[in-house]
Design a protein around this ligand. Structure first.
Ligand code: NAD
Length: 466
């Protein structure tokens, strides 16, 4: 078993070893890539209980959620990459101008080299292993830095990965800001970062020193446009999907969780009633015995959310929930109607189980509301109006856009996942992960046969014709 050494000297030594492995060419072979992907699948199969336990410890995640959002996501990605990696690695033909005849061209994906992956705490297993699958599929050597704020998952990864994966090519380093800063001082061939906009800026400026390409998977506010629905069964489905996406995955502590809802005045009270009923069905009616909710990650985040809803103007807008269980770090699913637009709940990413509902006279105004704020990582819209859908599609910009559901876009391997503007840049999942960790090398093959003299000086009027 071999992890990553600590301290500046230790990090330097470990990186030297990783580079040596990469230069040896071992990680480039399809055999190595497949063996590592199979090892990830084996790791997941043989450690389900341990993973569930670690997620329970760090986040109070229910095993169903642990399986759905972490174990299942990783297994799906690893299996998909395993079945496609041979095809992805193959060069593709490039069309070459006839003038160059005889010649052929190809685009050859090559690994970037040594990749650094930073992980956030909210999905500490899948957000570590999903990018790792991309880096391995593309044939890179990797350092993985889990989040120190999910310590049980971090130590699970640090202890278990070396038992299954090639330790000379893939290393895990645990630690907080100090270690992260030390890692950022090193030269990397790729940095893949999942986390906050604040730290994203630090990562990007450190990467700039070495001109290292970065992918920034950041957060922000993800709105939902909720058109006035008339059919009760549609409203019921919308309420289930909204509640499931807001409070289900990690109690709203998800980058693509619904942050706030835009709805017409006339439809707000109907929707709130449906949402309340749904919350009671999902989590129970008694705020003291709530079930199936993840906890808030730590006291600091709990206090941040408490401060948000204890602001008197915001507290006055609560129409459901609002109770806090400090001992267990649980916050009841909470709905707020028209909190002030200049309060923290509407200016910062919420990242918790609070759902502001903002009313508009006309739902068409939601487009202007969204466009006057930073571009969201995810935008959701529930509507049956095809013309309105078209407007949303063409007049707004977001990392992803989902109609009539929420969060499912994350698990579609054929769709790129990533932000735009302040919600980040770069993309991954499926083939996009492979591309993110690859360089597409342009290769032109020529022979010594046929020489076109017109391409060489001395220039004259005759050559001007070509
Ligand atoms: P964070 O930025 O605090 O931490 C992310 C990683 O950066 C951790 O590994 C951490 O150790 C490291 N880090 C912290 N300080 C650092 C520093 N000074 N220098 C270098 N590295 C440092 O983010 P978080 O609190 O773990 O996660 C929450 C944020 O992540 C939210 O904004 C959320 O929206 C976003 N997020 C985005 C995605 C996505 O896929 N787009 C997924 C999950 C979370």
């Amino acid at each position: 078993m071999e992890g990553m050494e600590g301290g500046e000297e230790g990090i330097g030594r470990s990186l030297g070893e990783l580079r040596q492995t990469f230069r040896s060419g071992r990680t480039r072979s399809v055999g190595w890539r497949k063996s590592q992907l199979q090892a990830i699948l084996k790791l997941m199969d043989e450690n389900e209980d341990q993973i569930c336990k670690a997620l329970q410890q760090d986040l109070g995640k229910h095993p169903v959620e642990a399986y759905r959002d972490e174990i299942g996501v990783v297994k799906k990605s690893a299996s998909y990459s395993l079945s496609c990696v041979g095809k992805w690695m193959a060069p593709t033909k490039g069309r070459i101008p006839l003038l160059f005849f005889p010649a052929s061209g190809e685009v050859l994906p090559e690994p970037l080299g040594l990749a650094l992956i930073f992980v956030s705490w909210n999905f500490p297993i899948s957000l570590a292993l999903d990018p790792l699958i991309g880096a391995i599929s593309a044939g890179n050597a990797v350092v993985l830095k889990p989040s120190e704020l999910a310590p049980a998952c971090s130590s699970f990864l640090a202890n278990t990965i070396p038992l299954y994966l090639d330790s000379n090519a893939i290393k895990v380093v645990e630690g907080g800001t100090d270690i992260a800063e030390q890692l950022l001082q090193q030269k990397w061939d790729k940095i893949f970062f999942t986390g906050s906009q604040r730290v994203g800026k630090i990562v990007m400026s450190a990467a700039a020193k070495h001109l290292t390409p970065v992918t920034l998977e950041l957060g922000g506010k993800c709105p939902i446009i909720l058109d006035s629905l008339s059919n009760p069964s549609d409203i019921k489905v919308a309420a289930k999907r909204i509640a499931g996406a807001k409070w289900g995955p990690c109690s709203g502590q998800a980058c693509i969780a619904i942050d706030y809802v835009l709805v017409e005045h006339k439809f707000a009270s109907t929707m709130i009633e449906y949402l309340k009923k749904t919350i009671n069905r999902f989590y129970g009616e008694n705020p003291k015995t709530l079930k199936n909710l993840s906890k808030i990650i730590n006291k600091r985040q709990f206090d941040r959310l408490r401060n948000i809803i204890e602001d008197p103007a915001v507290a006055a807008s609560i129409v459901h929930g609002g109770s806090l269980d400090e001992k267990n770090l649980i916050i009841e699913p909470t709905i707020l109607l028209n909190p002030p637009l200049d309060s923290e709940i509407m200016t910062e990413e919420i990242f918790g189980p609070l759902l502001p509902i903002i009313t508009l006279t006309n739902i068409q105004d939601s487009i202007e509301f969204i466009n006057s704020r930073p571009k969201p990582l995810a935008l959701y819209a529930f509507t049956k109006n095809e013309a309105f859908k078209q407007r949303i599609l063409t007049e707004t910009s977001s990392g992803s856009l989902t109609f009539n559901d929420a969060m499912l876009q994350f698990v579609c391997d054929s769709l790129p996942f990533g932000g735009v503007g302040q919600s980040g840049f770069g993309r991954y999942h499926g083939k996009y992960s492979f591309d993110t960790f690859s360089h597409e090398k342009a290769v032109l093959h020529r022979s010594f046969f046929i020489e076109l003299e017109a391409r060489y000086p001395p220039w004259n009027d005759f050559k001007l014709q070509f």
